[in-house]
Unconditional design. Sequence first.
Lengths: 683, 298
Amino acid sequence: MAERLGIYVCHCGSNIAGTVDVEEVARWAGTTIRDVVVSRDYKFMCSSLGQQMIEDDIGQQKLSRVVVAACSPHLHEKTFRRACANAELNPYLCQMVNLREHCSWVSTDKVAATAKAKALVYAAAERVKWQEPLEPMPVKVNPNTLVVGGGIAGIQATLELADAGYHVYLVERSPSIGGHMAQFDKTFPTLDCSACILTPKMSEVGQHENVTLLTYSELEEVSGSVGSFKVKIRKKARYVDEAACTGCGICTEKCPRRVIDHDFEAGLGYRKAIYTPFPQAVPRIPVIDVASCIWFDRGKCRACEKLCPTNAIALDQEDKIIELEVGNVILATGWQLFDSRKLPQFGYGRLPNVFTNMEFERLCNAAGPTSGKIVLRDGKTEPESVAILHCVGSRDVNHHEYCSAVCCMAALKFGHLVLEKTKAQVYSFYIDMRPNQKGYEEFYQRLLEEGMHFVRGKVAEVTDATRQPAERGKLIVQVEDTLLGRQRRIPVDMVVLMGAMEPQPDAKEFGLKCGISCSMAGWYTERHPKLDPVATMTDGIFIAGVCQGPKDIPASVVQGAAAAARVQGMIAKGTVMIEPIVASIDEKACSGCRICNNLCPFSAIEFDGEKKVSRVITALCKGCGTCVAACPAGVITGAHFNNRQILAEIGGALWDASPVLEDARAGADEPADEEAESALSAR
Amino acid sequence: MKYAYYPGCSLEVSSAAYDVSVRAVAELLMIELEELDDWNCCGATEYFSQDELTACSVIARNLALVEPRLDQLIAPCAACYLNLKKTDRLMAEDAAMGARVNECLAAGGLSYQPGRVRVRHLLDVIHDDVGESAVRDKVVRPLAGLRVAPYYGCQVVRPAAEADCSEYPMKMDALFTWLGAEVVHYPVKAHCCGGHMTQLSEPMAFELIRRLLQSAVEYEADLILCMCPMCQLNMDAYQSRVNGFFQTSFRVPVVFFTQVCGLALGLEPTRLGFGKEIVPAMPVLEARLGAAPAASSR
């Protein structure tokens, strides 16, 4: 029996109809494509009226196949599949055509776009005839969750889930959780102490019965899929027995090797070879930095081992691989600071009194290397004037085009701290001032009143080349003041560079491990930038915090909580339906060559030694199609992507548009097709 | 390593010291220079400000003259370097302009395919192609105790020029460290030398020159090293005028980097064009390095 097709072409307001003649596409499909019973266009196919129309047609016209030519299936495939299911048509017999992203949004020529739309609709119509009814597979959701990254976003996500009664594995790469927020002194705009609001949350994580904290550990491998992921975690050797260590700190105190701390203290302070990064670290278990430890360097010392009261030092400890099973994964892997040396005109690394924003955070911090005194690089002189340069590495086509989002407010915070702690004059050199969240504009107004100087202009150079004797010993900020319309030279004692947030150096590679992608700038891509900001294209993998894009603490906390809420929803539901788009092997025809066994990236093919055939483990198969293409006997079939469906689709797409284009361009009227017209009106 | 060589007009007369020292240093560093036969004007700054097609055509003739077996061209003068580089780029980026230039070249029986010749500055060639270890191996007379201020000027460090970092160039700093000199911190290393301002507004030009001399004195440089004939001329020839104008007493020798590089490689000062500069450099060089050893000199 011939299939009965319904074609539905959406205007999407003017999104599609502005560039594609949708009425013509619907008319043409109804008169040209074989087996089409109904072909309609509609303003918004995704509206309830649009859906109802499809449902009614399925019932009344006895449609056996549906093609919806609208937007991306990422947005509305679910909608239209549900409409089909409502009308008791198997949802996998519905095919979407992406006329918006793939056609109207990327075209300006209406004639060509309309021709392309016809070809795309033709392809889908030819394909859908060969589609088979499929049933999604239910998978139980493992209630345990993996959170990667122990900064504020990861901490928030962890606590939300743990407090709701679910178990969380929190993996953190460095020796302690806390992230960048632990390094800050004050937080804007309320100026509450960063440590005071963060450390209670940190210790809660450390003591929570539902949290397994894995610090100094890295996620190595993720396999499986939503509901039942298998993950491998490398727990790096700490050289300290975590069970025996009490965190007394004697080892750190007695360790004879002192090195510059480039991590927590941003190069301004020291730490020992055996250390906890900061006093409130969670856990309070030190690690030995092999690169600076005398024992690992020369085979002598072992002072920590001799003096440890609980014999917790374990110099022969090795990395350990931990395998876990979790239902969902939240990535909150954060950011790193832009290297200001890449802008040599600002002199960082060359001119001693040029500081980075992270160095300045540590300078201001009461627990920092100067006990919170703002002093020059000599460690004692208080500056009489401080310049704060915005947008270092951000909003710069040579480095990062994006706005780093937090620097304007951080610069205002720095300005306030300088005015509060010293007698110095403070200058902000900004391109645009962007204090755009709750309480931020008010904070900007406050700094204007407090007497911070604002110069609108991108700094050309920070130099110690003096022109007047009065400038000697100063750093001169050369800038075009774009409000005054003139060049200015402003001599200062100290310069602070507001370096951009940038993606972690291994963000892309790490994302690939989890099956998610990055934007051009390197931030993780959310499922939808507005409507689904913490989910990703891979079900069960969520993102939170700065790894998704530059943002401040409140926004990171919001995302951490949002990701946790999404995971709780999955757990509460108990099962997830996963796409039945998997491979299957015709066991009768399989020769048992095992070529597919090793090619499968998800280890989803097992070999039956008795029958000497390969078999797909459906729960692990992701439907990638590698085995289908590789099978020398051609006996592996990819459901929903079999050869017949794909060849039919290609055949449809190759529909020859050139006569149509030529006719339209020549301005010729289309030959009236009376028979087709009457057929249309009859429907 | 073989390169086509384009000396340019300055190196024939006013900056003859640059030409002789470039050739001498190149020879010692195994940089084989093959001077273009019948080269012509690089257009200086004037041609481009008049008419782009004329400028490109005149300049592209030099690129067209590079023998097919060579694919790199060294131009020691910063202006020549920039103009040659710019012409090549304009022809590549604007195919219509490239075609028109080639029509003009065809009148003289020539043609040039944009991108065929890579235009280089000698500093960049010594730094990148010869490299640190080869340079260090050739040092006969380390410049120990000599404090040099490396001055790059503006043309070699334009963003599209590619010879060095356009914001804070470092290749000359590196080279003179290899040669054993004390390279002073010279924050104005890529600031303006005044260029042709001397012809338009002396007070403006003198102020720009003063800043460069002032910074060298402040950081106790024995001399300033240049890589552009215009810079060298402005700072050296106008130094007494600057002194008169500002009531200062600068006496900073300004020479080409290849001259001092040649000394380190063991060449005799007379082979390097010393003595042509107006503020004499030999007194300070002899004071720091001792008299040139006659016996071992090349």
